[in-house]
Ligand binder design. Sequence first.
Ligand code: ING
Length: 302
Amino acid sequence: TRRIRIGGAQMGAISRSDSKKEIVDRLIALLRQASEKGCELVVFPELALSTFFPRWYAERDGMDGYFEDGMPNAATLPLFEEARRLGIGFSLGYAELVQEDGRVRRFNTTVLVERNGEIVGKYRKIHLPGHAEYEPERSHQHLEKRYFEVGNTGFQVWDAFGGRVGMAICNDRRWVETYRVMGLQDVELILIGYNTPVADSLSGESETLRMFHNHLTMQAGAYQNSTWVVGVAKAGVEDGHRLMGGSVIVAPTGEIVAQAMTEGDELIVADCDLDRCRYYKSHIFNFAAHRRPEFYQRITSQ
Ligand code: ING
């Protein structure tokens, strides 16, 4: 069995006034908790180094203070060094500011760091929810389309931690294609960070229904692609705006094997046997034997 002990490092609220050092110190504390529990991999949330700033309106470059100018950089080097000292790998979500193709580009990004401290993968969020211009009817804005470009990495799967590892970010988890594109690359473990508002002024959905959707999408994605899924929240009330918790570790059977109970900094842990994917990939979800893509492209007009 290829067993790996994974920690989901849910974070509580990050306020606009919190310093980068305070935030990184919280990440290091969660890393140390994970080490004490024998974890080899720790999953941090989306935008783990800043408050969820897309809830506010500003010029497109007005939130650059929340972006990282490199990874690792001076602020995050202590996290990378402590992780390497402890021999723990991690995934970390952050706002990425980068010079690429001769221009400044901004992405909602996650990096995958192996136990030796090397960055082995980078993913830039593809499904950006919300809107790009100010919408007065909303109780809070959701301006990811204003501050980030659509990610240009695609959904990749890397050989890491003894298995096939992929990443996605927040809204990506709601889209069936996210899981299947990685499923077709034989993914066995998908790491997802999220920052999801509890209230939604437009849909009127209840808190219970939104938590149901949160777990439904990750459980379905895990089962239908025979993969482990780790979904980790930044939760709590950020300057008056509440984000949901509900971080989970989901098995290839679709079962939730660990779940956060608070909306604060909370580590959830599970022993994930990557070989549990193999049975499903070779029987019920044996794509080569049973999947019929020749019938999937035809979109009938009627
Ligand atoms: N947040 C939310 C998410 O997809 C959202 C936005 C909430 C969309 C509820 C639809 C319904 O979980 C981010 N950051 O994508």
